[in-house]
Write a protein that binds this ligand. Sequence first.
Ligand SMILES: [Fe+2]
Ligand SMILES: [Fe+2]
Length: 221
Amino acid sequence: MHRATQTALYEWPHIVGPAVTRQCLKCKAPMRQSLRAYSVLPPPRDSEEKEMLARMIRVDHAGEYGANRIYAGQMAVLGRSGSGPLIQEMWDQEKKHLGKFTEIMADNRVRPTALLPLWNVAGFVLGATTALLGKEGAMACTVAVEESISEHYNSQIRLLMEKDPERYTELLKVIKEFRDDEMEHHDTGLEHDAESLPGYWLLKNAIQLGCKAAIYASKRL
Ligand SMILES: [Fe+2]
Ligand SMILES: [Fe+2]
């Protein structure tokens, strides 16, 4: 084979790679450009459905973004401790979740919430301050946040099932898979002594109140 042709063929992925893999301008998560017109969401029937789906994706993206920042804060404090690998493992799954919602947003031209800069700081601060209470503090934060996110996903699953399960099959698959991951993170927190933190219930309720407010705001702004 001619040398130039060989080079062109073998180096093709490297040549096209940077052009295809982009980053979300706001959250910096890797964004894959889909070749299909849509991936997970059906083409909207009307403006009402379009708005409903956009709100769902926007708030889910915001939640996964916040979760990533929480784990980043936890790792900044506990990364070198014995809990580091466990926290990193959960963080890696959050990166996957965020990447998926970033991709769905790009495919469907859904804008992210205007509150991302706030969740950037608030998530990191929450993760780092609870981690300063020790491993139990970090795990208590994980239990509180993951329970809230799981409940949020469950309410979306209920809504989509009531509306039209067949129409939303792909979206349901994504949300159910992520809900299961969040439940696993929640259980991991409990297995690693979250409840032995003094003031656990107080902290858990305070964090969950914050999560509810964040979900409410991210749907609307
Ligand atoms: Fe997640
Ligand atoms: Fe999670």
